[in-house]
Ligand binder design. Sequence first.
Ligand code: ARG
Length: 468
Amino acid sequence: MSQATNQSWGGRFSEPTDAFVERFTASVNFDQRLAPQDIQGSIAHATMLARVGVLTDDERDAIINGLSEINGEIERGEFEWSVPLEDVHMNIEARLTDKIGITGKKLHTGRSRNDQVATDIRLFMRDAIDVIEAELVRLREGMIGLADREAETIMPGFTHLQTAQPVTFGHHLLAWQEMIARDHERLLDCRKRINVMPLGAAALAGTTYPIDRHVTAELLGFERPAENSLDAVSDRDFAIEFTSFASILLMHLSRMSEELVLWTSAQFDFIDLPDRFCTGSSIMPQKKNPDVPELVRGKTGRIYGHLMSLLTLMKSQPLAYNKDNQEDKEPLFDAVDTVRDCLKAFADMVPAIEPKKASMFEAARKGFSTATDLADYLVRKGVAFRDAHEIVGQSVAYGLKAEKDLSEMTLDELKQFSATIEQDVFEVLTLEGSVAARNHIGGTAPDQVRAAAQRARDALAAIKGEAQ
Ligand code: ARG
């Protein structure tokens, strides 16, 4: 036996690994999270090896029983992870050999840790994506439901964060829903390329054993075996794609968070968030802080960081596997956890948003938000748009001085600026009239919002149907 600490590869070594190097190169402290997938992959591999006659049925059964017991030990927290054994793969294999003797050493026939780890991480990501997708669907449903309920609720719409035109709160919520719907598509697209199996690529060139990769792929629920062994062990595009999806998603959630934070402030006073999503201040007794959206907004930074880490990790790597790739796991694991938690927070919080309708309405009324409607009214009466713009500009200047919204002026006051203005102007100057007039697909009219909510529900149901 070699003097090297690690028996799996110590054969050609004449001195043990330096103690620091052993710690520096070990990944077991974080990759033990892949244990369930590692065992799942090994069971499929052993099953396939027996099917092609490389293992006997008895050997296969001993391996599978041993691995199932190890799975139990890990789940119960009884498994002793060893840093000298480097990673999750060698820890489990060593324990298997402890338990079933020499047969345990046959499991690694026709495989390498390179294709093993690539397979494990894809299995892990596939499971993670399914959990994340469920939260994402719940969030979309919550947004659509609230939008439907608030189809008539009027609020100011903004450009440059200045009051622009009245919109319905339902319309605003469906804008959020569109962002998340695109994230959903990106997630499912990423899942397609994750669901391809590296196993069988072995170290880099394939193996001389008569393996059947279609059998293993089917056992593990992969769409197909990866086409090229060199690519199979070295490809981490899926990690970059997932963190790209995650970055865009968190960018969206940060925008929504920002709006929630603004809206709960006394200055906006548009919504209330239930106390369970907020915290107090240890010094200012009056405070109720929107911590959940603030924290989601803050988490965006670490997700962008993980994307940058992974892009840089892969930059300039020659084919095929390099130890660099061990660095893919911590960013991915943290991205998965962060995305799952942020989506859960939002899926719980969004349906619980309590709009302060009177306050939203008042804000829309105050900001001359129907000025465009007045201009459109004048154009309908034959005034050129540029002239109409000027007339309305003067009316607003007057309103600012007189402290009156357009809808609060008398007909005589309005007529000072254009003789074309008549009594029917008040139909377009009301906020209700203004939103109802934007009555086309994609517009803010309450009827359009309800129809859009229904279409969003149908689109979501179609995606869920596809996944089954
Ligand atoms: N712990 C390694 C990783 O995460 C497993 C693969 C190691 N392969 C090797 N040839 N050293 O990438």
